[in-house]
Write a protein that binds this ligand. Structure first.
Ligand code: G3P
Ligand code: MG
Length: 349
C-alpha cells in the first residue's frame, strides 16, 4: 500500500519497465512493428525504463547511439545494461592484470574491457599475430593485423568472452591453450589430465567468464540463431575431450542473479534521476522479453512481473507461454501490446 500522500496527488504507484532488445524491440537493426510507438508512449507518460540485453560487443556509448537511431528515441548509457556491462565490477576489484577477451569484431571488445578499467587486455588476434601456426587456418587480414598489439610479459590471469566469437576455431583453440597452460603463460603447457592419463589434481590455469548464456537468439532470419551459449558448449566439449575433466566457468547475463542485481541498481538510479520524489524501492518492474530461458526466468526469480512476447524466440501460444517450468505472468503479441497492457493495468489510461 502506498502512503496516502501519493493517492491525493493522482500519483500512480511507481512502476517501470526493463526491455529486452533482440526479438522485442529490434530484429537485427530493424525496429519490430510497434516498438517505436511503445517507447514513445512511455516517454509521453514519463515512465522510467531500462534496456537489458544479452547482446554486446561494443561500448555502451556506441550501442546506445545506435539504439537511439534505430528506435528514434534518446536512449542513454545510464539506462542500458548489456551482457558484459556488469564486468565493470570485476575491473573495479583490480584482481586481474592481463585478461584474454574473446568475441566481437576485431578489437572492439578490447576497447570495452580497457574502458571498464582492466589494466591490460589481450585478444586472440594478438597471439595469432605473434605465431600464425597457433591456428594455421586463419590468415590475419591487413585490417585485423592493424588492430593487434604486442603481447604483455604478464601471464593471462583470466579469460572473458564478451560476445560471440567471429572465428570459433581460433578463439576456442586460444582459450583452450590458456586453460591448459602453466599459470596462464602463453605458449606454455601444463602436465594436464587426459582421458588416458587422469590427473584429479589438475586444475584449469585461469578462471573463465562468459557474458551471455543464450543458446538461441532472434534476428531477421526466420528461425532463431545460435548464440554465445553454443560457443560455451563447444569449449566445454573440447575441454572434456582433451582433459577428461569438467570445465569450470562463471556465466553472467540474463537470467543470472548477478546481472539482474546489477540491472536493479541501474534502474533504481535511473528512476531517482527521473522521479526523485517517488520511492524507487516500491516499484513494480515489468520485464518484457522474448526468451523464456533468459528474460522470463530472470524476471520471475527477481520478483519482477514477466511479460513474454511472441515476436522473437518464443513462438508458442499464450497457454504455453504461461505454463511449463518457466511460466510468464503475461503473454502478448509484441512490445506494443505489452506496454498498452501495463499502462491500462496501472491506470495511466
Ligand atoms: O547476442 C544477443 C542475444 O544473445 C540475445 O540478445 O537482446 O535478446 O537479450 P537479447
Ligand atoms: Mg531477446
Amino acid at each position: 500500500l502506498l502512503p496516502s500522500r501519493y493517492k491525493s496527488t493522482s500519483q500512480h504507484r511507481p512502476f517501470a519497465f526493463a526491455f529486452d532488445i533482440d526479438g522485442v524491440l529490434l530484429k537485427s537493426s530493424q525496429p519490430i512493428p510497434g516498438a517505436i510507438d511503445a517507447l514513445t508512449m512511455l516517454k509521453k507518460h514519463d515512465i522510467p525504463f531500462i534496456l537489458l540485453t544479452n547482446g554486446g560487443g561494443i561500448t555502451e556509448a556506441e550501442r546506445v547511439a545506435r539504439l537511439s537511431e534505430y528506435l528514434k528515441t534518446d536512449i542513454h548509457a545510464s539506462q542500458f545494461v548489456q551482457s558484459h556491462t556488469p564486468f565493470k565490477l570485476h575491473a573495479a576489484q583490480q584482481k586481474f592484470k592481463n585478461v584474454l577477451v574473446c568475441g566481437g569484431v576485431n578489437d572492439a571488445c578490447r576497447h570495452v574491457a580497457l574502458e571498464y578499467g582492466f589494466p591490460h587486455v589481450t585478444i586472440p588476434f594478438d597471439i595469432l599475430a605473434q605465431d600464425e601456426t597457433v591456428w594455421p587456418y586463419h590468415k590475419l587480414t591487413r585490417e585485423e593485423r592493424a588492430c593487434t598489439r604486442p603481447l604483455s610479459s604478464d601471464p593471462i590471469d583470466a579469460i572473458y568472452v564478451y560476445h560471440d566469437p567471429r572465428d570459433w576455431g581460433l578463439d576456442s583453440q586460444i582459450a583452450l591453450d590458456i586453460l591448459l597452460s602453466e599459470g596462464g603463460r602463453i605458449g606454455s603447457r601444463a602436465n594436464h589430465a587426459s582421458p588416458e592419463k587422469p590427473n584429479p589434481t589438475f586444475k584449469q590455469a585461469v578462471p573463465l567468464f562468459f557474458s551471455n548464456p543464450d543458446l538461441l537468439w532472434s534476428n531477421l532470419y526466420p528461425n532463431p540463431r545460435l548464440g554465445q551459449g553454443a560457443f560455451q558448449i563447444l569449449l566445454q566439449g573440447l575441454y572434456k575431450a582433451v582433459t577428461g575433466m569438467t570445465l569450470h566457468s562463471t556465466i553472467i547475463g540474463k537470467p543470472s542473479k548477478f546481472t539482474y542485481d546489477y540491472a536493479t541498481k541501474v534502474l533504481k538510479a535511473h528512476q531517482e534521476r527521473l522521479k526523485p520524489h517517488l520511492p524507487a524501492e516500491q516499484t513494480t518492474v515489468y520485464m518484457v522479453g522474448d526468451n523464456k530461458l533468459s528474460d522470463i526466468a530472470g524476471a520471475n526469480a527477481h520478483k519482477w512481473t514477466s511479460i513474454l512476447v511472441q515476436s522473437g524466440v518464443f513462438r508458442g501460444t499464450v497457454e504455453e507461454g504461461k505454463s511449463g517450468d518457466i511460466p510468464a505472468d503475461y503473454v502478448v503479441k509484441d512490445v506494443n501490446d505489452a506496454v498498452k497492457l501495463v499502462l491500462s493495468k496501472e491506470g495511466i489510461f
